[in-house]
Design a protein around this ligand. Structure first.
Ligand code: 4AD
Ligand code: MG
Length: 480
């Protein structure tokens, strides 16, 4: 007797050997057709029951949400819609699901809003939508590793608990074993972190970049792929307090090499999704088409989901300096008509998501890489340009998403970096090791960070980042 996943069974030829399939009941029609799903594919396996051959008591327990095992022959399907089906000879109830209680949950077979699904995040993986999203997410993660392996990168596990603030933004979650009500204090009455677990103040990492730089200086090309944490109070559809970031870091790469890599990498993983997630993307595409029908004409998408993905692969990302972008934005209609929430009036202004999306969606109508930003609005570690006021930063901007990648060429000159740290009040004694890299065999190097959830959002077409991670952590919410 064979036991295998439904994804494999659906590709199989009818066989004279009995097989057993286990899964959850999606529906049971006319006391005859069980639609069984085991998560291996969006497709259900049809199991055909001759009710005369089974106890009524048993069949009554074949209800939506129940876990069952079906044994029988795989035969050519009599109905349309599937090539093969199981002719059930034996059914075993593995785990019942009381229909009265199921009715009160999102397992009940009717349309539920994404908000309702979020409230029952422990059950939402049993819906077609979340099955499709999470299978795609899993495949994309493999694509990331495959890309870097093929390109001779080493996978680096950077620490989760750190004593430094890589982005210098100060939005960190503290890690401590102190009793919050009664921490030890020093003579001045301040909390005495010398007595804390690590003997110093520590936090959850906001980025693995600085550690990745140290490893790039020995391994050449490395990447991290792990969780990162930001205690920023942004309740948007593109921010999470806990998200997964991919951070490649390369010795001997300048900014142009960095841009080439980012573009090539993104195109590779998007192509991978098209090649390996066809059924799930088809489902998600149709979901968007249905959703669009409820919107006014002007807000409907011009392209289907898969057309959008092809568009990314087929077009060069447009490379534009910050200075050029500011000129475009200054002259833009929404700026002149004061439609932007933040008006652009001078060079040096930080770009908001409304500006990024204008550039990508309205002006260039393709992915954009903005580079050479003002030093004042970027992190301390970015390489200062000869003009003395811009740095070799780059952001990749995507339609519907805005910033999907942030990166830069790193400041490799000891004195310039030291001065920059001083100016930005970054204590040298905390980052002596980072400065050391510039002392011993320093070299031009670059890297970037890609927010994995923003990538998954783009590929699946989901509007809210909370729907592309199993258990979203956002301000006021750490349920499950
Ligand atoms: O632009 P960010 O802050 O850059 C860094 O952290 C650098 N250390 C990266 C590097 O050069 N190695 O973050 C990088 C990306 C953003 O472009 C965005 O896609 C994502 O991480 N990101 C978030 N995603 C979800 N929720 C948040 N709160 C995010 N903050 C950043
Ligand atoms: Mg950024």
């Amino acid at each position: 007797m064979r036991k295998s996943e439904i994804s494999i069974i659906l590709q199989s030829e009818p066989s004279p050997l009995e097989m057993t399939v286990k899964g959850w009941v999606r529906s049971f029609r006319s006391n005859r057709f069980i639609a069984l799903n085991d998560g291996s594919t969006i497709k259900n396996l049809q199991c055909v029951v001759d009710f005369e051959n089974f106890e009524e008591e048993l069949l009554r327990k074949v209800t939506v949400g129940a876990a069952i095992a079906v044994t029988g022959l795989l035969i050519e399907s009599q109905g349309s819609g599937q090539a093969v089906e199981i002719q059930a000879s034996k059914i075993e109830i593995l785990g019942e699901a009381n229909p009265e209680e199921v009715k009160l949950t999102i397992l009940s077979p009717k349309r539920h809003s994404l908000e309702t699904l979020r409230e029952q995040a422990h059950l939402r993986i049993r819906t077609n939508t979340f099955g499709a999203i999470m299978r795609t997410r899993s495949k994309l993660a493999f694509a990331v590793h495959e890309y870097f392996r093929k390109n001779n990168f080493h996978y680096l596990h950077s620490p989760i608990i750190t004593g430094s603030d890589a982005e210098g933004a100060g939005e960190m979650f503290r890690v401590t074993t102190f009793d919050p009500g009664n921490p030890p204090r020093n003579e001045d009455g301040d909390v005495d972190y010398k007595q804390d677990f690590f003997g110093k103040e520590t936090n959850l990492t906001v980025s693995g970049q600085l550690e990745a730089e140290t490893y790039a200086m020995g391994l050449g090309k490395v990447y991290t792929f792990g969780p990162t944490f930001r205690a920023e109070n942004s309740n948007t559809s593109r921010h999470l307090a806990e998200f997964w970031m991919i951070e490649p870091e390369m010795a001997f790469f300048d900014l142009a090499d960095n841009m080439d890599l980012a573009e090539d990498f993104i195109k590779y993983v998007v192509q991978y999704a098209l090649d390996h997630c066809a059924e799930d993307l088809e489902f998600l595409e149709n979901r968007l088409i249905q959703e669009d029908k409820t919107k006014p004409q002007a807000e409907r998408s011009e392209m289907t989901l898969r057309e959008k993905l092809h568009f990314i692969i087929d077009n060069n990302f447009k490379r534009v300096t910050y200075t050029e972008a500011i000129e475009i934005l200054k002259q833009s209609k929404p700026n002149k008509k004061k439609k932007f929430k933040f008006l652009i009036d001078e060079w040096g202004a930080d770009l908001q998501s409304e500006h990024e999306r204008y550039l990508v969606e309205k002006h260039f109508k393709c992915p954009v890489i903005l580079f050479d930003y003002p030093a004042t609005i970027k992190a301390f570690y970015m390489r200062l340009n000869e003009d003395g006021k811009t740095v070799r930063a780059m952001d990749v901007l995507f339609p519907g998403i805005g910033e999907i990648v942030g990166g830069s060429q790193r400041e490799e000159r000891y004195d310039v970096l030291q001065e920059k740290m001083k100016a930005m009040d970054i204590p040298e004694e905390e980052l002596y090791w980072y400065l050391d890299l510039r002392k011993f065999g320093t070299c031009v190097h670059s890297g970037f960070g890609l927010g994995f959830e923003r990538l998954v959002q783009f590929v699946t077409g989901m509007g809210n980042i909370r729907d592309v991670i199993p258990y979203p952590r956002t301000p006021g919410n750490a349920e499950f």
